[in-house]
Design a protein around this ligand. Structure first.
Ligand SMILES: NCCC[C@H](NC(=O)CCC(=O)O)C(=O)O
Length: 446
């Protein structure tokens, strides 16, 4: 008998160094906003407001804390030495791009934090976690150790939760986590189908691959995760992302497709072999019929999908259908806004659309879906996890006050070398681990 389970969403709390450094070649928004001034305080408050609205609607909403940035241990590993202030000054002088990379608040995009397989799918009936190595971009490749520590501290009970280290950090095993992983199922507690989408086959140079932008996820990485998580063939579909989509700026599958329950909402350019993907899912999905909601290029050109982040929406169950939680930009791009009206009138599985303002994150290429990691938990697992990170009214108030006390409202490139910023961050994060009851998780706390 399937156990009752819910989908909990863990949003990354935006860190105090949120800035626009243009670090992600292949991510159109990141490149086009390079050197714009950011507002970390507004960014964090926008993220918290999204969490609060969803928590108020009854969804289980969690928070993952930001990472320590600028990350001094990474600068030391690259040969910068001296006091922390000297290290920052030396890096700023000789290698400002490296300093920007180790100062990025990119851990906010927790869809890239890890791949998570629910216990209903895995061999040993535990929930399995593998932090993503994010090896495609230096600034993101330094996230996985601390991400792993956080996940272990939140999901500590080994009777329920299994943690794997990130895959080897080389391009052959490039892994971007849940942004390229979608689970389809009947009820959340039923066995599901885990759809792994990859951009490239690493060990086959003849296989199709994007020409302009990098493919961040390999088939070999996706297969390794499936093995580690103990997923049998009946739970698995591997699909190649359309290389043309990657070259159009779709650097993760979650910029062009989103799934929930029995529904896959996707663009016609999402997959290299769309028909096979659908039939493979249909052949494995038990207890539910796949609802494929396909958006054609004629209705929404891929450039509009990238500009609006239509597919980087959260697709959530409601008592009478599904809610699509879209970024505000979707109502600003005419083809997308028109499409949404048509979608609502179509009588399909998606019955409501709500707009969320996450503009600060959007300008770095992260929409509502990038900001959350989904963890399906049955009632026992939900009880077993550390509850201090679940958003309640009180925690929301506490975190809002914390942001207002510690965050700057303007940050530019030259601020990243400010030793005061580093001090502010450490003070804030030290307080935060106390608020969330997480113990010591940061390097500076060890
Ligand atoms: N899932 C959304 C991830 C967005 C993220 N952007 C960035 O890292 C941009 C950071 C900057 O350019 O400052 C990325 O591309 O991995």
């Amino acid at each position: 008998m399937a156990k009752h389970a819910v989908e909990a969403n863990f949003d990354g709390l935006v860190g105090p160094t949120h800035n626009y450094a243009g670090l992600s070649w292949g991510n159109v928004a990141s490149k086009s906003n390079v050197n714009a001034l950011s507002n970390p305080r507004e960014a964090a408050l926008q993220g918290l407001a999204k969490m609060k609205r969803l928590a108020d609607r009854g969804y289980v909403q969690g928070v993952l804390p930001p990472h320590e940035r600028p990350h001094i241990p990474s600068l030391k590993a690259l040969g910068f030495s001296g006091t922390d202030a000297q290290i920052l000054a030396r890096a700023a002088k000789s290698s400002p791009s490296i300093l920007a990379a180790v100062a990025s608040a990119s851990s906010m995009w927790t869809a890239n934090a890890a791949t998570v397989s629910p216990s209903a799918d895995t061999d040993d009936h535990r929930v399995h976690f593998t932090p993503a190595n994010l090896s495609a971009k230096f600034h993101r490749s330094i996230e996985h150790r601390v991400t792993g520590r956080m996940l272990k501290s939140i999901f500590a009970d080994e009777g329920y939760f299994a943690h794997h280290p990130a895959l080897p950090s080389v391009s052959h095993f490039g892994d971007e986590g849940a942004a390229n992983h979608t689970r389809l199922c009947g009820g959340y507690g039923d066995p599901g189908v885990e759809l792994f989408v990859y951009g490239q086959i690493a060990f086959n140079e003849q296989a199709p691959a994007p020409k302009k932008y990098p493919a961040r996820q390999t088939l070999e990485a996706s297969q390794a995760i499936a093995r580690l998580h103990g997923l049998k063939d009946g739970h698995l579909v591997f699909a190649q992302q359309n290389p043309a989509a990657i070259d159009a700026g779709v650097f993760h599958n979650d910029v062009i497709a989103v799934g929930n329950g029995n529904t896959l909402f996707y663009h016609d350019l999402a997959f290299l072999d769309e028909q096979r993907v659908l039939s493979d899912i249909r052949a494995r999905l038990t207890g539910a019929e796949l609802e494929a909601v396909r958006v054609s290029s004629a209705e929404v050109p891929v450039s509009d999908a990238v500009a609006s982040y239509l597919f980087n929406s959260q697709l959530l169950n409601t008592p009478d259908g599904m809610l699509l939680a879209v970024p505000g930009e979707c109502r600003e791009v005419p083809s997308v806004s028109k499409y949404l009206d048509k979608l609502l009138a179509s009588g399909g599985p998606i019955t409501s659309v709500e707009v969320f303002d996450v503009k600060q994150s959007m300008r770095n290429g992260g929409g509502p879906a990038c900001l959350r990691l989904r963890v399906v938990l049955n009632d026992d697992e939900l009880k077993a996890m550390h509850r201090g990170v679940i958003l309640t009214d009180a925690l929301y108030e506490r975190l809002t006050t914390w942001v207002e006390a510690h965050y700057r409202s303007e940050l530019g490139r030259e601020d990243l070398a400010d030793p005061m910023l580093l001090e502010e961050v450490r003070k804030a994060l030290d307080e935060l681990t106390g608020i969330l009851g997480l113990g010591s998780i940061y390097d500076f706390q060890m």
